[in-house]
Design a protein around this ligand. Structure first.
Ligand code: SF4
Ligand code: FES
Length: 261
């Protein structure tokens, strides 16, 4: 098993009001099999032993599922590997002697709470504005009780893969949350169960996104490039179509699946 010694430049910030600064640490004898978060755990153990404050960072599942982890690694949200969350990034991606810069998401709508931890509750408020269906769900229905065209089901599932991590916002030069919001709108709007609130959902979630001070999309596509779940910017086009149709109240009533693409 090969190990490596690294130099880390880590953003340390005591609280939201603190201006923050980079602090340099050594990370020695790091196994190539460790995840990026495990490497930070090792650094934190050393800091605690020396009586220093450990580096604060968010994490939960460590399996790429929950969307809790996230930091900017050498300038890229979630680091250099495509379609990979920070918790699934392995140290074999790096080389002995590398210097790694680690920062929190940078966006006015995601204020830094401490070190690498940001407040992403703006995402929760966007979801609360319309990211749900009002139909009674009851117990699990039979598989074919509500037929859904295969294409619609697959596109809805692709959009539902969004884990709400916020990397799309961190990567966007406008700090836009449109990929996240569009993923949620697509995931529900492509399915028959999501039709009842389709217009209201698009209007309310976009209004909330704007109110939270996220920027607008100007088609840089940086969001898609860093998204650990490979959410397509096609979802943004779908959201815009839904939003415009709902604003003009001229979208014809849908029947069946509502999968108008
Ligand atoms: S769209 Fe991708 S990058 Fe944005 S919150 Fe969802 S999973 Fe994360
Ligand atoms: S800790 Fe859950 S996705 Fe990384």
């Amino acid at each position: 098993m090969s190990t490596m010694n690294l130099i880390l430049h880590v953003w340390r910030q005591k609280n939201t009001a603190d201006p923050g600064r980079f602090v340099t640490y050594r990370a020695d004898d790091i196994s190539e099999h460790m995840s990026f978060l495990e490497m930070l755990d090792v650094v934190n153990e050393g800091l605690i032993e020396r009586g220093e404050e450990p580096i604060a960072f968010d994490h939960d599942c460590r399996e790429g599922i929950c969307g809790t982890c996230g930091m900017v690694i050498n300038g890229t949200p979630h680091g250099p590997r495509k379609a990979t969350t920070t918790c699934q990034l392995h140290m074999r991606t790096f080389r002995d002697g590398d210097e790694i810069t680690i920062e929190p998401w940078r966006a006015a709508a995601f204020p830094v709470v401490r070190d690498l931890v940001v407040d992403r509750s703006a995402f929760d408020r966007i979801i609360a504005a319309g990211g749900f269906v009002g139909v009674g769900t009851g117990s699990a229905p039979d598989g074919n009780a509500i037929p859904v065209p295969k294409d619609d089901a697959e596109r809805a599932m692709d959009a539902a893969a969004c884990i709400g991590c916020g990397a799309c916002v961190a990567a966007c030069p406008n700090a836009s949350a449109m990929l996240f919001t569009a993923a949620k709108i697509s995931h529900l709007g492509l399915l028959p169960q999501g039709q009842a609130e389709r217009d209201r959902r698009a209007l309310a979630m976009v209004a909330r996104m704007d109110a939270e001070q996220f920027g607008s999309c100007t088609n840089h596509a940086e969001c898609e490039a860093v998204c650990p779940k490979s959410i397509s910017i096609e979802t943004i086009a779908r959201m815009n179509r839904d939003y415009i149709a709902a604003s003009m109240v001229r979208r014809p009533k849908t029947t069946g699946s509502g999968g108008t693409g």
